[in-house]
Write a new protein. Structure first.
Length: 67
């Protein structure tokens, strides 16, 4: 995956998570989207720029549910 493609995928995943939360979908689904965005960023070498965005969103959700 090229950098531009990865950036587009990351943006889509971040927006998807945001929209899920706004629409009242299970917060775990939003968390899943944001964590996927971070994984794509990690694989593309963009983690440092994306991690703060994801961390803010995850902090707003609170701790993940226990397994």
């Amino acid at each position: 995956m090229g950098t531009d493609e990865a950036r587009a995928r990351i943006q889509k995943l971040l927006v998807t998570g945001d929209n899920r939360l706004k629409q009242g979908v299970d917060p775990d689904k939003a968390r899943e989207s944001w964590e996927q965005a971070l994984e794509v960023a990690r694989e593309a070498g963009l983690e440092e720029s994306v991690r703060p965005l994801v961390e803010i969103r995850l902090a707003d959700l609170g701790p993940p549910p226990p397994d």
